[in-house]
Write a protein that binds this ligand. Structure first.
Ligand code: DC
Length: 220
């Protein structure tokens, strides 16, 4: 089996680039953020206080996370129910950020992620895949773009969906989140020492996909 770890900050285009590259390679694209989101949704539904790590840990045995891979990609199940749509709300995004900082949650999802890589050729997208989840991955990519470029893309996205945005404010938020993600105690976001940096700042989407596919092919 071949495993590529794709880590990097939010807003760098990681998931869309990795999804397209996986499709063209015939690999499974694993979105690990969706696993954390599914756990967070359960905790929200149950009314568990998200910053109480003991209560969160005690609730985890009640969570059964299921994945399915079909035509339209990865679908998530929570205790048998399809929650693919429900995990994408802003409320769940906020909750996930808190929940992902709890060591018991990260440990809970570790086995599932490793099992997926044992059974499939994967492009696995996350924050700590190359450093913690798959330290033996044949390829580790830190996919990023400059804060300014990520802010520009985000502003464009917001404008396209009819929400005007203040570019300076968006950039400030991105810098703030980068700082939070890279300085948190559990699994901080950082490039693996033996990884390859893929900076998509000056690249189009197609060029980014080609670069990633090239890196995989070099190592197959
Ligand atoms: O990639 P995403 O936006 O779906 O991630 C949701 C949250 O989960 C985000 O706060 C980062 C966190 N996350 C993580 O800590 N580790 C991962 N492997 C994937 C996501």
């Amino acid at each position: 089996m071949f495993a590529a770890a794709i880590d990097g900050p939010a807003g760098a285009g990681k998931s869309s680039v990795a999804r397209e590259a996986a499709k063209r390679l015939g690999f499974v694209y694993v979105d690990t953020g969706a696993l954390y989101r599914t756990v967070a949704l359960y905790l929200l539904d149950q009314g568990v206080p998200l910053r109480d790590s003991q209560r969160v840990a005690a609730a985890l045995p009640g969570v059964q996370v299921g994945l399915e891979y079909g035509e339209e990609g990865q679908r998530m199940r929570l205790n048998g129910q399809d929650v693919t749509g429900r995990i994408r709300t802003p409320e769940v995004s906020m909750a996930t950020s808190a929940v992902a900082a709890i060591p018991a949650v990260r440990a809970f999802l570790l086995g599932l992620q490793r099992q997926l890589a044992r059974e499939n050729n994967v492009l696995m997208d996350g924050r700590d895949i190359g450093t913690v989840v798959l330290p033996q991955a044949q390829l580790k990519v830190f996919l990023t773009a400059s804060p300014e470029e990520r802010a520009r893309r985000r502003v464009r996205q917001l404008e396209e969906s009819g929400q005007p945005a203040d570019p300076a404010e968006v950039l400030r938020e991105i810098r703030q989140r980068d700082l939070q993600d890279s300085t948190r105690e559990t699994a901080p976001l950082k490039p693996a020492p033996d990884g390859v940096l893929l900076d998509t700042s000056g690249l189009t989407f197609q060029e980014s996909v080609e670069s990633l596919i090239g890196l995989v092919r070099e190592r197959m």
